[in-house]
Design a protein around this ligand. Structure first.
Ligand code: HEC
Length: 112
């Protein structure tokens, strides 16, 4: 039995396990950070749209029923292709997975 190989093997396994443990919860956090950096200018950090910019543009309150009763596909479409004249399309600016994460994050507004 070559101890060097066994030790390297377990180090790789341990590393893989660590990467998994660290990145799994980070996806949820990423969506929150992304929302705050890209969307909160208009939608406010809590999704209410209560900031100066939100009021000026007349953004919808993302916590409201009219938004929350929409399907994930509809919200995804609003983010991907934009909505009305003022909601920018994010297609190609962020990944599809990031958009999915943002839809999930918008869902979390309703539970507060
Ligand atoms: C430049 C300001 C601005 C930015 C930045 C912005 N939005 Fe919007 N958003 C709007 C406006 C204005 C509307 C309302 C559009 C309408 O209904 O005419 C809207 C609508 C939406 C809707 C649809 C709500 C509904 O009524 O159906 C979703 C979902 C949404 N935004 C998500 C996001 C996400 C996620 C981001 C960040 C990736 C983002 N927005 C960034 C201005 C913005």
């Amino acid at each position: 039995m070559n101890h060097q190989i066994v030790r390297t093997g377990s180090a790789v396994l341990l590393f893989a396990a660590l990467v998994f443990l660290v990145t799994a919860p980070m996806q949820a956090q990423d969506a929150g950070a992304l929302f705050k950096s890209k969307c909160a200018v208009c939608h406010a950090p809590d999704g209410s749209g209560s900031g100066a910019m939100g009021k000026q543009l007349g953004v919808t309150d993302l916590r409201a029923d009219e938004v929350q009763k929409q399907t994930d596909a509809q919200l995804n479409d609003s983010i991907t292709n934009g909505k009305g004249t003022k909601m920018p399309a994010y297609k190609g600016k962020i990944t599809d997975d990031q958009i999915k994460g943002l839809v999930g994050y918008i869902r979390s507004f309703a539970k507060k």
